[in-house]
Design a protein around this ligand. Structure first.
Ligand code: ADP
Ligand code: MG
Length: 366
């Protein structure tokens, strides 16, 4: 059974420090939902509020509409997987997994059956009688997952579950965790500071900064339509150009920047004439070929630096600007042709209108 989890105007303080500021978010049944943000932004605190280890100072937490804000952890039906999963070394995997059920006074025969079911879910049933030190790091993390699954939670909370694993294993375990959560049909809330981890497996992501949710959306929404500079820069790479709105039509917004005029495809924009905005252009969306017709968003610059990386080359291009400092744009060229450009060469570039992202100058919330 998967559940809806609602975080409604939750604020949490530690002494004078406000760690969660009026957080509102709804996690849908069966969804793999990510809380993504830099270290210290309040992700773990929110997860611990959901698990019942912290009580919010204000606001409510609900599961399927039922208020759980003041329920003790063991009455919440939430499985939790921590960064430091600490299995007991002297116990077998089965005994490690059974521990949560003993606390809940489940009968011996039911415990055995549920432990094997949980270990099967993480593909470790045949290792039930091994000790943790006979397992790899990834396998140990799967035992930690089984330990959370065995209580048959309605929801599973994962706090940086892969951060103790080496890079290669982290990649493998990402999709493994997703498939385990999906097969169990669980609503899952996954905390990480790693944007690639979130982009690669999330259904939806909430990007957090300083205790405030900046934006919630599917990975491609956040990448293609970030609502502010923080989100744009935290998820992927971006060039930022400061400008002022000069014209708004029903389908476009024109922005004047010191290095040129930009036209962005924006339907029903909420931008006002003269508003200060930040343009955000992804390096892979800077085109170095010739546009086919008389399209806007052409710039002229000097080729300043290039790093060849095999499948892609990363170029830095200096664009003259009407104010004192020129603008340095980063552009990615896929399947680069070697030796085509020399440092200091003049270069024309252009950007398609739907790749010019305009964000509000001030963060959406602060
Ligand atoms: P994240 O998980 O995003 O890295 P945390 O939620 O752990 O961030 O912490 C957010 C902020 O709250 C940090 O500044 C941290 O030092 C502070 N903090 C977390 N837990 C406590 C606590 N129990 N007492 C006091 N301050 C805390
Ligand atoms: Mg944390």
């Amino acid at each position: 059974m998967s559940v809806t989890v609602t975080v409604d105007h939750v604020t949490k303080q530690f002494g004078k420090l406000t760690v969660l500021k009026d957080v509102c978010v709804e996690i849908r049944p069966g969804e793999l939902f990510f809380l993504l943000g830099p270290s210290g932004c309040g992700k773990t605190t929110l997860l611990r509020c959901l698990a019942g280890f912290h009580t919010p100072d204000s606001g409510t937490l609900k599961v399927d509409g039922r208020d759980i804000t003041n329920l003790p952890p063991h009455k919440r039906d939430m499985g939790m997987v921590f960064q430091h999963y600490a299995l007991w070394p002297h116990l077998t995997l089965a005994e490690n997994v059974a521990f949560g059920l003993e606390m809940r006074k489940v009968s011996t025969s039911e415990t055995q059956q549920r432990v094997m079911e949980a270990l099967s879910r993480v593909h470790l049933a045949e290792r039930a009688h091994d000790k943790p030190n006979q397992l790899s790091g990834g396998q140990q993390q799967r035992v930690a997952l089984a330990r959370a699954l065995v209580i048959r939670p309605q929801c599973i909370l994962l706090d940086e579950p892969l951060s103790n694993l080496d890079a290669q294993l982290r990649l493998e375990m990402r999709s493994e965790i997703r498939s385990i959560c999906k097969q169990a049909g669980l609503t899952a809330i996954y905390v990480t500071h790693d944007q690639k981890e979130a982009l690669s497996i999330a259904d939806r992501i909430a990007v957090m900064k300083d205790g405030v949710i900046q934006q919630v959306g599917a990975p491609e929404d956040l990448y293609q339509r970030p609502s502010n500079r923080f989100v744009a820069g935290f998820i992927g790479e971006a060039n930022f150009i400061h400008g002022r709105v000069r014209e708004v039509t029903s389908t476009t917004v024109t922005v004047e920047a010191p290095c040129g005029i930009f036209v962005a495809a924006v339907a029903n924009s909420t931008f006002a004439l003269d508003e200060q905005v930040e343009l955000c252009i992804r390096p892979e969306n800077i085109r170095l070929d010739q546009p086919s017709s008389n399209l806007p968003n052409r710039l002229h610059g000097l080729f300043s630096e290039s790093t060849y990386l095999g499948e892609v080359a990363q170029h830095l291009i200096t664009i003259p600007s009407s104010n004192e400092s020129p603008i340095l744009l980063k552009a990615f060229e896929l399947s680069p042709k070697s030796g085509r450009l020399k440092l200091g060469d003049p270069i024309d570039l252009w950007i398609e209108q739907h790749h010019v992202i305009i964000t509000k100058q001030t963060p959406a919330a602060s």
